[in-house]
Structure formats: C-alpha cells, structure tokens
Design a protein around this ligand. Structure first.
Ligand code: NIG
Ligand code: FE
Length: 418
C-alpha cells in the first residue's frame, strides 16, 4: 500500500455532491472549497478529504510513510475531463485555416470536398501505427494541460474498416497512455463523398452494419451523429441514435451548431447523455434538455477558431441545463488541446463565472461521459486524478488568462507531470 498526502492547499476545490446527477443552476457556482485543504490518497484512490489539520490528526500513524506534496499558495482541483474530442485522425488542415482567415466559410470548404472529407482521405490512407503515432502526442499535450480523461470519437473513416481501426487505436492508446480514453462511434460524421447522391443508403449501412459491429466488438460506449443542414437531417439522426440505443450505445449528438435544426430536441427525445455545440439552440430545445437532464457540452474553442459567436452558456445554465466544457480537439474547427483555455473562453465569451466553468470542466464533463461515479470531484472513494494549479485562488485561473496554470498532475495516485 502506498500513501500520498497533499497538504496545505490554499484552496482545495472538492466540487463534491454531484456524483449522481450533474450540477445545475446555482450549484454550478459552488466549488465546495476547503481552505488549507488536504487529500489522502491510498494507491490510486482518494480515501479522505478535509482541512490539513484534521487529516494530520486523524492519520498521524500513516503519514510518516506517505509521499507528501505541499500545495501551499496553490489550488488543488479535480483532474480536468474533456468529454468531446476527435482524437484519432491523420494529418492537419492549416491550409483551410489560412483560407478561412481570408473569408472562406467552414461549411463551404466541406461542401467542396475539404474539411471533414480531407481528414477522412488522410485517415483512410493511414495505418494503425501512423494513427497511433500521430495521436499519442495529443494525449501528452492534454495531460500537460491537466486533462486526465478524454472522450474520443471515430468518424474520419466512414467506412467500416477505417472506423474500426480508429476505435481500435483509441483502445490501444487507452492501454498505453496514462490519460484515460472513453470511446464513441461516430460513423455518421458527414455523408461520405461516395454516398453524396444516396445518403440514406449510408445511413442504412451505419444502422444495419456499423452500429451492431461496434457494439458486438465492444469498441465504443457512445454513438454520436452530426445533425446539421447539409449533413444528417433530424430524421436520419434520430434513426441512427435509436439504432445505437438498441445495441446499448448511449446517444450523443452534434446539435444546432450552424443553425437551429432541432438537434437539442432530438437529444431530449432519445434521452441522449449530451448534446454538443448548441450555438444556435432554440429556447424549446434548451427547456427540453433541462427537463431530461441532457448535458450541454459547450465548445467555446470551436466558436473562437471559426470566428463565430459562442454558445450562450449563461442562458443554458439559467435555463437549468447542466453545462460541460470541451476542446472538441479536431483538425478543422478546433485544433486545441487546452482545457484551461476553454475555461478562460467560457468566462470571457459565454458569461460563465470561473467557478461555473471549472464545474463544467470537471464533474459535469464527467457526467457527459457517464464517469461521474469515478472522476470529476475530489471525494473519498473516487479515482485519485488531481491537478495542482500554481495560483493562490481559482478565480486567477481565468483572470490570468491564456496561461496554462497546471503545475502538477496526479493520475491514478501518482505524479505524472511535475
Ligand atoms: O465537432 N462538427 C463536426 N465535427 C467536428 C469538426 C471536425 C472537422 O472539421 O474535422 C466538430 O466541430
Ligand atoms: Fe465534434
């Protein structure tokens, strides 16, 4: 048995009390801070949390042998959780970025065969080894930014063998890299070019072949679709998500990103775990999501990078929707691995307080990938995934913006970044 004792945190952000249902409304503004806080870790599990004084007295016998980490003048927080990434792909698209900076539009580039299609061509040509080698450093970068768990979607194959390869690589990365990866099937990312004139035939393939095979091989827990004009219609999206559900895959949806299109409403109807993007969500969609407890995964980096107005995080929270944050790490609309920057943007472009943004990037993000029983807060019994930020209080996290404040990352009870 090995013990680690983190002591004297100026602020220990426990984010406690929301392991069963996500934090909503004013709950999102409460980090449940312990001043001069301490955490006792046994192997890879948190066993107690309290003031330094209290834990020192309670565990005097154990602490002699513990590894001690002094967090004086620092903030201790749960490891960040990124619930929406397109982690495994080949190549990059700075050429399109350059075109967009000169006025080209994201959806127009895609309609002309670039965008997701360009990454699909590169990914189809890549071997599993190449996909692994290109994706591994992305995980290193996540970790340096204090992210200890990420979700990873397929969707740059849209051909069964390649979709499968992407998901298998995600599983291999999960085994080899210290960052935990949760896998999502997203065969319905766009309509592949070869099905341009027969989209429903591709939907049939996703529904009748890819979803059952994904489930049978245990390659993913979640099933996602890009519901947007020119991509998948609400009816096709519903069909795909219902089919996944029948095979035990939990629905997620890329919803209402470019225009209001009924995606949030579908998320509520199929009881999706999350609806993501939501820049143009309708009021009805928001209230249906609040009613069903669907997590809104907001991606402020995508709006920033596409130079559009961000989702209205303030309104989503005030409507009673549980809000989470993510990078959307992908080569086209958001090539960033910085959850700290997303937390900055949530404050500065979506009207969220630093506390709300941190709750959104920890416990609510864990809910968006059904992991809130294990991660997302600092509570006895949870996995010891923690970060130490080199700032004296959590408000400085977004006040001193554009900086990665992550100093130490403790993953499964061990220091992995220091
Ligand atoms: O979440 N919106 C659809 N999919 C990704 C973009 C993927 C890409 O451009 O390669 C997203 O923004
Ligand atoms: Fe995405």
């Amino acid at each position: 048995m090995s013990y680690t004792f983190i002591k004297h945190a100026n602020e220990l952000l426990t984010v406690k009390g929301h392991s069963e249902t996500p934090a909503v409304k004013e709950q999102m503004n409460n980090l449940h801070i312990i001043e001069d806080g301490a955490v006792l870790i046994e192997d890879d599990t948190i066993i107690d949390v309290g003031t330094t004084d209290k834990l020192k007295r309670k565990y005097a016998d154990i602490l002699d042998d513990a590894i001690v980490v002094d967090a004086s003048n620092k903030v201790v927080a749960p490891g960040l959780v990124d619930p929406h990434t397109h982690l495994v792909f080949a190549g990059s698209r700075e050429n399109e970025y350059n075109m967009r900076l000169q006025g080209a539009k994201y959806m127009d580039i895609m309609a002309k065969g670039g965008g997701i299609h360009a990454t699909t061509r590169a990914t189809r040509q890549a071997s599993a080894e190449q996909l692994y080698t290109e994706s591994f450093p992305r995980l290193d970068s996540f970790l340096k930014h204090g992210v200890t768990t990420v979700e990873a979607k397929s969707g740059y194959g849209m051909d069964w063998e390649v979709e499968r390869r992407q998901m298998e690589v995600a599983h291999q990365l999960n085994r080899d890299h210290v960052v935990d990866i949760v896998s999502t099937f997203m065969g319905a990312h766009v309509i592949p070019e070869e099905y341009k004139d027969k989209p429903d035939q591709f939907v049939d393939e996703v529904v009748n072949e890819m979803i059952p095979a994904t489930a049978e091989l245990g390659l993913a827990e979640f099933n996602d679709v890009f519901c947007e004009r020119g991509v998948y219609t609400p009816a096709q999206s519903l069909r795909i998500l219902e089919a996944g559900k029948k095979h035990g895959l939990i629905p997620k949806i890329h919803a209402d990103e470019i225009e209001p299109y009924g995606g949030a409403e579908i998320a509520a109807e199929v009881e999706a775990v999350s609806a993501d993007h939501l820049l143009k969500v309708s009021d009805r969609g928001l209230s249906m999501m609040a009613h069903k407890g669907v997590v809104a995964v907001l991606l402020p980096g995508t709006a920033f990078f596409l130079m559009t107005e961000a989702a209205n995080g303030r309104k989503a929270i005030d409507s009673g929707v549980p809000v989470a944050l993510s990078t959307d790490r992908n080569p086209g609309s958001s090539p960033s691995t910085s959850m700290p920057f997303m937390i900055n943007l949530a404050s500065l472009t979506m009207g969220m307080t630093p506390a709300e943004a941190i709750v959104a990037a920890t416990i609510n993000a864990a809910h968006a990938i059904k992991r809130a029983d294990r991660i997302g807060s600092i509570e006895a019994g949870k996995k010891a995934d923690l970060v130490i930020w080199d700032i004296p209080n959590h408000m400085q996290f977004t006040y001193l913006y554009g900086v990665n404040h992550t100093e130490t990352v403790i993953k499964n009870g061990r220091k992995v970044v220091d």
